[in-house]
Design a protein around this ligand. Structure first.
Ligand SMILES: [Zn+2]
Length: 120
C-alpha cells in the first residue's frame, strides 16, 4: 500500500497553517496558490512570484479591488445566469455566518475551522 504524503498549507498573509494527515476534513481546500510570472523589463524577469492565501485573507484583499473579480462556477449543473458572477464580499460574509437550507451550518463550521487554525 502506498504511503500517503502529508501536505501542509500555509497562508503567507496571516500565517494560518494546516497539515493534512488524512482526508478527514476540507481545510486544505481553503488555501489557494497564486503564481505571477515576470517578463522582460522587470528586474525579476523570468522569475515567478508565488504565494498561498487562506480564503479569509483572499476575500479580505479582493474586497478592496477597484474592479470586482468574477467567480466562475465550473459546475455543469449551475444555471447559466449563475456561471459567472461578480464576487460580492457581503454575500461571502452572509454565507460565512448564516445557515442555508441545503448546506445548513457547513460553511459556518468550515470558516470557523479556518479562522481557528494556528498561526506561525
Ligand atoms: Zn490568511
Amino acid at each position: 500500500m502506498a504511503k500517503r504524503e502529508n501536505r501542509t498549507f500555509h497562508c503567507n498573509r496571516c500565517g494560518r497553517y494546516h497539515t493534512e494527515y488524512e482526508m478527514d476534513n476540507f481545510e486544505g481546500n481553503f488555501f489557494h496558490d497564486f503564481s505571477a510570472y515576470f517578463g522582460y523589463g522587470s528586474p525579476y524577469d523570468d522569475c515567478f512570484f508565488e504565494f498561498t492565501l487562506c480564503e479569509l485573507c483572499m476575500f479580505e484583499i479582493a474586497k478592496d479591488f477597484k474592479h470586482t473579480p468574477m467567480i466562475l462556477d465550473k459546475d455543469p449543473f449551475a444555471p447559466p445566469d449563475e456561471q459567472v458572477v461578480p464576487f460580492d464580499y457581503n454575500e461571502f460574509q452572509r454565507r460565512r455566518t448564516e445557515p442555508t437550507p441545503y448546506y445548513k451550518n457547513l460553511f459556518i463550521e468550515n470558516y470557523n475551522d479556518i479562522e481557528n487554525l494556528p498561526k506561525k
